[in-house]
Ligand binder design. Structure first.
Ligand code: SAM
Length: 202
C-alpha cells in the first residue's frame, strides 16, 4: 500500500522537519547536486510533487518561469506557501501522487525522495502521468535515498530500475553514490540530446 496523507500529517504533527531537510550538510549538498544535474539553465514550467517545506522549491523557483508544488501534508503546504510568498510564479497545492498531474504540460518534473512512498500500482500511474504531461524533450529528474527504509513500500533503487525500462523516457544523467541515486530522463521523441549538444558545443 502507498503511504497515506494521514501518515505524513502525523510525521509533521510531531516535527516540522521530519527528515532534517532544512538543517545539515547532507541535504544541502544533495540539493546542490540536484540543481547542478538539471541539464537546462531555465525551464518554462516545472512540477515538484512532495515539496515538504520548500527547501528545494525555493532554488527551483529561481530556474523556472512557473513552478507548481504539491504536498499531501497540510503543514508542508503551509510552510512552502510561507517560504515562497511573494513569488507569484509559484503555486503550492495540497495534492498527492499519483492523482492526475496539475493541469497543463511541463518541461520539468522533479521527483525528489517521494516515489518510494507509492505502491506498484501508484508508481505505474505516476510514471504514466509523467509521460503524459512532459512536453517532448522535457525532463524528469528523480533522486532517491538508497539505504534501508523498511517502512516504505519499495526501495529507492527499485524506483530507478523501473524508470530504466520506460520506452518514452531516455536517460541523460546518472549519478550514484552510497546514499542516493539521481537520474534525469528526457521525454522522447525527439532523440535526447546532451548538454553539450543542446548548448551548441558540438
Ligand atoms: C522526504 S520529503 C522530500 C522533500 C523534497 N522533495 C526534498 O527532496 O527535499 C517527502 C515529502 O513527500 C510528501 N509525500 C508523501 N507522499 C506523497 C505523495 N503520494 N504525493 C506527493 N507527495 C508526497 C511528504 O508529505 C513529504 O513532505
Amino acid at each position: 500500500m502507498s503511504l497515506s496523507g494521514e501518515y505524513f500529517d502525523g510525521l509533521y504533527a510531531a516535527d516540522a522537519d521530519p527528515w532534517g531537510i532544512e538543517a545539515g550538510w547532507y541535504e544541502e549538498r544533495k540539493r546542490a547536486v540536484v540543481l547542478a544535474a538539471l541539464p537546462r539553465a531555465r525551464y518554462a514550467r516545472a512540477f515538484e510533487p512532495g515539496c515538504a517545506g520548500g527547501a528545494l522549491s525555493a532554488p527551483l523557483a529561481d530556474r523556472c518561469d512557473e513552478l507548481v508544488c504539491w504536498d499531501p501534508a497540510a503543514r508542508a503546504v503551509a510552510a512552502t506557501r510561507a517560504r515562497l510568498a511573494g513569488r507569484p510564479h509559484v503555486r503550492v497545492e495540497q495534492g498527492a501522487l499519483p492523482g492526475s498531474a496539475p493541469d497543463g504540460t511541463f518541461d520539468l518534473v522533479v521527483a525528489s525522495e517521494v516515489v518510494y512512498y507509492l505502491d506498484a500500482g501508484d508508481r505505474e500511474a505516476f510514471w504514466c502521468a509523467v509521460e503524459a504531461c512532459l512536453r517532448p524533450g522535457g525532463h524528469l529528474l528523480a533522486v532517491h535515498w538508497l539505504r534501508e527504509a523498511p517502512e516504505y513500500p519499495v526501495e529507492g533503487a527499485e524506483v530507478h530500475d523501473e524508470l530504466a525500462g520506460r520506452a518514452a523516457l531516455a536517460r541523460t544523467v546518472r549519478h550514484e553514490e552510497a546514499d542516493f541515486r539521481l537520474e534525469v530522463y528526457a521525454r522522447v521523441p525527439p532523440v535526447a540530446r546532451s548538454v553539450a549538444e543542446e548548448t551548441g558545443l558540438r
